[in-house]
Design a protein around this ligand. Sequence first.
Ligand code: G4P
Length: 293
Amino acid sequence: MQNIQWFPGHMAKARREMTAAMKAVDAVVELVDARLPLSSANPMLSDIIGARPRVMVLTRADMADRIQTERWLSHYRKLGMAAIAVDAKSGEGIKQIVPALEAAATLKRERDARRGIRPRPLRTMVVGIPNVGKSSLINRLAQRAVTKTGDRPGITKAQQWIRIGPVDLLDTPGVLWPKFDTAESGYILAMSGAIKPEILDTVDLAMHLVVFLARSYPQIVEDRLGLTPSSLATVDFQSTDDVGLVDGELSNLAIRRGMLMSAARPDVERLSEALVRETQTGKLGRITFEWCS
Ligand code: G4P
């Protein structure tokens, strides 16, 4: 996984480059992670896109809670956007993208026709935060490895269009920063693997993870981790006693898993790394961090 440290200068540059690229684009394919559609969205993208049609693509639908994904899809559709859930890795669901773009662009075509502008392929661009699945999706759409995996803020100079039926797709995606403006978003982005958790303490992250799971997916906590969801679900991190309770649960789990340091002390650090990894790889099951209310 590559990572960009999003300093204000990088953000300004990405925004500037995306705004410039947008001039050549008729419609946008916005990728968000189905497990965290809010925190994986860029807060400024709507401003940059303006009135252009937008197709929302929820990636990693294969790892997300199916019920929540359905709710998010209807949420976006109610807002007037086309919305599609995909597995950008296997390609499942991506066939719906080009027809959705066509439908979204109908108005523009009619306007062009009225002005006597000859119909031309709809120019589109894939946009999203690092690691959301942009390169995988472009490669799948183009049916060949045309883009290099890796991230750069904004967009590179040498752009090419890939023709996919009635659509021209820019071969280089637009890269924007995630919405890490609250502590909650930071935890969610790190738990999901959208950002490297190095800025956060791993044990702190694992503590928040088990409490989130106890509240939202008690079955996973009980069946896969063997912890008691009811006591974890009510934890208040402001309370020292509650923090002690979570620490105790993690220590017990480390002992049960044989993760020990010298003098048979539980290795909570190692356990925490394992829990975060198991969440990120889907081993704990389908999880959606941000639920659609
Ligand atoms: P980016 O261009 O937006 O930065 O993302 P990219 O396509 O490089 O995808 C980042 C990682 O996420 C890749 O894994 C990719 O396979 C995986 N990925 C992307 N979309 C999906 C999806 O819908 N479902 C699942 N399960 N995984 C997805 P990687 O570990 O970097 O490479 P590899 O595992 O493909 O070798």
